[in-house]
Write a protein that binds this ligand. Structure first.
Ligand SMILES: [Cu+2]
Length: 169
């Protein structure tokens, strides 16, 4: 770096005294560049923010890869008493859904595995593009499962899964 002669500094005086201390403390990497404590604090804040960002990306990266089921009002392995099953199945996904090709359906878990919701089809919640809703009939005591099948409106990927549940007398 070119150092201006003292006469050329705008104040007409010598170069800032800070410059003199740079060479005298070469051991600490921060202090060798600058004595200013504010800058060191800024470095540490930036480093902490970077670490938090990396952690957030690492923990959410895989979960957000597809429009996978995040939660629903029927949970895998759940047992309901007859008369206490949800009238509407609500399923939430990790990405916005393509409403034309995404669906949820409930099937009998034994016998002929027939479709339970023969008179209804799942719909996208128009207020939440990550939620499918499905009107359910009253369910007799039996084993059931619902299948979710999604086409992500965000990256075009397909995904599917099964949630098993039971209704008892
Ligand atoms: Cu994906």
């Amino acid at each position: 770096m070119r150092v201006l002669p003292a006469a050329m500094w705008p104040t007409g005086g010598a170069a800032p005294a800070r410059r003199q201390t740079i060479v005298s403390r070469p051991t600490d990497p921060f202090h060798s560049y600058c004595k200013c404590k504010d800058l060191i604090v800024k470095y540490r804040v930036l480093a902490a923010l970077a670490a938090v960002t990396m952690l957030a990306l690492a923990t959410t990266g895989s979960a957000l890869a597809h429009a996978s089921l995040t939660h629903a009002n029927i949970k895998n392995g759940q047992t309901f008493k007859v008369g206490h099953t949800p009238r509407v199945l609500e399923a939430f996904f990790a990405e916005n859904l393509d409403p034309r090709t995404s669906w949820i359906n409930v099937f009998e878990g034994i016998a002929d595995h027939g479709l339970v919701n023969e008179k209804t089809r799942s719909k996208l919640n128009f207020r939440n593009p990550r939620e499918l809703v499905l009107q359910l009939p009253k369910l007799a005591a039996d084993r059931y499962y619902f299948i979710w099948y999604t086409h992500s409106a965000e990256d075009g990927h397909f995904a599917a899964g099964i949630v098993y549940f039971t209704v008892t007398k």
